[in-house]
Design a protein around this ligand. Sequence first.
Ligand SMILES: Cc1ncc(COP(=O)(O)O)c(C=O)c1O
Length: 408
Amino acid sequence: MIDEKLIRKEFPMLSNPPLMQGHPLVWLDNASTTLKPQCVLDAVSSYYISRTSNSHRGDYDLCYSMDVETELTRKAVSKLINCSPNEVVFTSGTTDSLNRLAQSLQYSLKKGDEIIISLSEHASNVLPWFQIAKHTGAVIKYVELQKDGLITLENLRKTLSKRTKIVSLAQVGNVLGQIQPIKELVAETHKFGAIFIVDGAQSVPHMPVDVKDLDCDFLCFSGHKICGPTGIGVLYGKYKLLEDLELNSVGGGMNDKFYLDGTIKPSKAPAKFEAGTQNLEGILGLRAAIEFIMKIGLENIAEHEHKLKKYAVERIKELGNSVIYNADVKSGIVTFNINDVFAQDAATYLNSKGIACRSGQHCAKLLNDFIGTPATIRASFYFYTTKEDIDKLVDAVSHGKEFLDAYF
Ligand SMILES: Cc1ncc(COP(=O)(O)O)c(C=O)c1O
């Protein structure tokens, strides 16, 4: 059980909320980014106040302590997703992780090879594959979605072929919040000898994720969506695959030696993917965030969000003035529209009541035709979200037709 009232005291933006249009902030945009507890703020600022130095660059104590901190954060990530610390590469976020993977994997693709994604993917899990398909002649294929956005084994089977080299799918969709049966999809993909990449941006912060159990080859997530700082993220890869993966960024810190003839002798993974000065304050903050989240418990977080989701759906349905696109999905995302009100007008109205919700296409621009609307409002919850937050949302939605008031 989560005592969200107690937890909220740890978040400056919840215990002392900024005013939005004269109302204390109601934060319901957690799928976009999450608020930060004081321990994360302290960890980040400690780097600038008393710990500034580089890692892997010097023989004095401060520098060495940053090496130690970096490895401790790798260990924290490894506990969070159940892998070895040396399978954790630091990046700047999910987008960076996916781009870097695509950059590296392009060298293994030939004309006519296939990459499978779905219509519900975030731009970050579409555009890097578009780019490398353009350069290599590989073909993008879309696995069919059920009405609720889920991918069945049957549908994946129909899409896989001997030419499939990569399957890259989000574990939790960022619009419909659907939770894909990743373990089964991975097993099927491996039968075809292809690699499976999990976009974990919306799953790792919200539910237990065990990469060993899933048997996925790579997984990406962002620090800022798990109460950590912006600009830090993770690329997990099975160690053998990381060892064999081509370099995607080169410079200081990732090589053991380089030679006049242009040969680079890369360091062992994960260091070979961490060129240049790393985001050290981000690394400190990420560990604080992971430790904070793990104390609360990922099972508890998932249960809390699901309870809130059910409550929000029931209350919005009672209003009778909205359409909900993902009522039955068991994650903390409610995607809806108020009848006859354009999503962005509705979100502007919610803003006038101090409520932060996302509206539009949520960077999943291939999904609109599939769900049959050009834009939606998305309210997304986290462990610190309360029923009172949802009551405020529902109250505002009940007056949604008055959206023009927001403009005057
Ligand atoms: C499913 C999914 N993938 C990728 C991303 C990109 O994450 P970031 O902007 O942190 O790189 C997001 C962000 O919302 C997302 O929801």
